[in-house]
Design a protein around this ligand. Structure first.
Ligand code: MSP
Length: 560
């Protein structure tokens, strides 16, 4: 055990210069970082989802994005522990209201819908290692601990709040952030369009304002703290231009009953975001064990709508407790449908389960990463586009594999003098085969570089480009044709298998099932499926068997 509950986590202050001394936490985590066990574990999180309605495509997108990085880290650093958290955000007015509207207890609603989110993760092959619900006792303990810690430092005080609140966004708004269009019954938030209501109440406040300078310094000094960079630039500007208000972190109990009571004051319930943001700490065993090893997160995947909560509130809470901040917030854009925000009332909400049942899990993951892998702009969900992308990967990978393993080619290859791929490399390949080989040689480096820069879409583009070239070369060299000598057929065959081996390794984070089927069918040993073997001529290929790589639609072998 690294921490005793009795040891204060907040940073002690030097009595002469008043600066903060390293906490026990900081001391221990530095020691662990450089220990003989090598790398610190990799910790990645998704937002935790509100179980007020069934999961939709947007939720799956956060999950798939995080899963791609979790899986990429596993194949890049096979000895490194990957800790991957997701879960459900179950307290607050939004859930309380959703349950009331259905005439059921909030806990019943949460049990049913949280299960759907868990099922979504399983169905989509998400490799999370923790699924946490904020209604769990371990989470309540963590949240109470944070509250007490901040209160003990006089960072929480009782005040009053008069302003606007949106139940749908679970967010406080000022006058300047709302508008009252004539078409709407109630005022709405300018940013989200959600209805707001006037609140005037006494509540507890967190001295967020006292962290303004430290937050500004932090973001100015850390260019990789938020991706895409525009979010960080905007945040820096806001921190320079606008004074941060203290944050209300409780609601009166008579208004909000479904939540964690404020320690020592049963007449108040904690604000749901104070509760929810602590989940990332709960997920590493806070306040008791292991957080010294696992904290802080390397990547926190979030949607663009919740940047403020993760980039200001959570970091301020962490700074207050003397804990390090997440390395990178990866803020993705949103999926729209028919170019509009998805909403139940418009009836344009895409169902992720339906999509995966129709096109297959990997096709949906592939579409999300290929179209949504740049994170900057909103992208439109379109069944036609999904079909097109599903066809693309099935054709470039699935059909390519079936083409090259066809009986005709196998027979022709068997009639040529036997050659290994390594021997083949001694010959200089020219024409389309030469081009494929040189692209393949560069692929590993390109993919690694893109992933390092969070450019998931570009990483996938690079893989697709090689597959496209290899498909073209195969058509050009036509190894099935008796017009070409068996020796040439063998060159195409060996090169194509190497393309499949290398791209198969690189594709594991994106389309795990098809990549697994492929590597298995190529007889690539498990121990040789990591990124360091995605280099030309480095790994081995065993006995090859032609199989279907994708669930759903059939692949039709063509050209031999
Ligand atoms: N419960 C909060 C998060 C708390 S994290 C401590 C929440 N939940 S949510 O269910 O509303 O949203 C979860 C994630 O889904 C957010 O990252 C959000 O951006 C994302 N999406 C919700 N709708 C989306 C789209 N239409 N498109 C893409 N992602 C979107 O916020």
């Amino acid at each position: 055990m690294l921490f005793c509950r009795k040891i204060p986590i907040r940073a002690p202050t030097c009595i002469s210069c008043r600066s903060r001394l390293p906490t026990l936490y900081q001391f221990l985590s530095t020691a662990i970082d450089t220990s003989t066990s090598g790398q610190r574990p990799f910790y990645i999180t998704t937002p935790i989802f509100y179980p007020n309605a069934a999961p939709h495509i947007g939720h799956l997108y956060s999950l798939v994005t995080a899963d791609i990085f979790a899986r990429f880290t596993r194949i890049s650093e096979p000895d490194r522990l990957v800790h991957f958290l997701t879960g459900t955000d179950e307290h607050g007015l939004k859930i309380q209201k959703a349950a009331k509207d259905r005439g059921i207890e909030p806990s019943v609603l949460c049990d049913a819908l949280s299960e759907q989110f868990r099922r979504l993760g399983t169905r989509a092959n998400i490799s999370n290692t923790v699924f946490l619900r904020t209604t769990e006792t371990r989470h309540r303990e963590a949240v109470e601990h944070v509250w007490r810690d901040l209160a003990a430092q006089d960072l929480i005080y009782k005040g009053t709040y008069s302003g606007w609140y949106s139940i749908s966004d679970e967010c406080f708004y000022t006058d300047s952030q709302i508008t009252h269009p004539p078409s709407s019954l109630t005022p709405i938030s300018i940013e989200t369009g959600s209805a707001v209501e006037w609140s005037s109440e006494s509540n507890y406040k967190f001295r967020l304002s006292s962290f303004q300078e430290r937050l500004l310094d932090y973001y100015t000094a850390n260019p990789k703290s938020i991706y895409p960079p525009a979010h960080r630039e905007r945040l820096i500007q806001t921190l320079k231009d606008e004074p941060l208000d203290d944050l209300s972190i409780s609601r009166p109990r008579e208004r909000l009953t479904w939540g964690i009571p404020v320690p020592g004051d049963m007449s108040h319930t904690m604000y749901v975001w104070f509760d929810a943001l602590t989940v990332y700490l709960t997920g590493v065993g806070f306040p008791a064990e292991r957080q010294g090893l696992l904290w802080p997160p390397n990547i926190q995947v979030i949607g663009k709508d919740i940047v403020r909560f993760h980039a200001l509130y959570l970091p301020a809470m962490l700074l207050a407790m003397g804990m390090p901040l997440s390395h990178t917030l990866l803020a993705h854009a949103h999926w729209t449908a028919q170019q509009r925000k998805m909403s139940k009332s418009i009836g344009n909400v895409a169902d992720p389960f339906d999509a995966m049942d129709t096109w297959g899990v990997d096709a949906v993951r592939f579409y999300m990463a290929r179209v949504g892998g740049r994170f900057r702009d909103d992208v439109d969900w379109s069944p036609e586009q999904l079909e097109k992308h599903a066809d693309e990967i099935r054709s470039l990978l699935g059909n390519f594999f079936l083409r090259i393993t066809s009986k005709t080619i196998q027979k022709r290859v068997a009639s040529a003098p036997q050659l290994t791929f390594i021997q083949l490399l001694d010959q200089s390949l020219d024409g389309p085969n030469g081009d494929v080989l040189s692209s393949l040689r560069n692929l590993k480096g390109k993919v690694e570089q893109c992933m390092e820069k969070f450019e998931v879409g570009d990483a996938l583009d690079a893989i697709i480009l090689v597959l496209r070239e290899a498909n073209g070369a195969l058509t050009h060299t036509a190894p099935w044709s008796t017009q070409n000598p068996p020796e040439a057929a063998q060159v195409s065959y060996l090169l194509s298998l190497e393309v499949l081996r290398v791209t198969g390794i690189c594709l594991q984070p994106f389309i795990p099932e098809a990549a697994h089927n492929l590597l298995d069918a190529l007889g690539v040993p498990k121990a040789e499926q990591s990124m360091n073997l995605a280099a030309v001529g480095k790994g081995s290929i065993g006995k090859v068997k032609g199989v279907k790589l994708f669930e759903g639609k059939r692949e039709i072998p063509s050209g031999g």
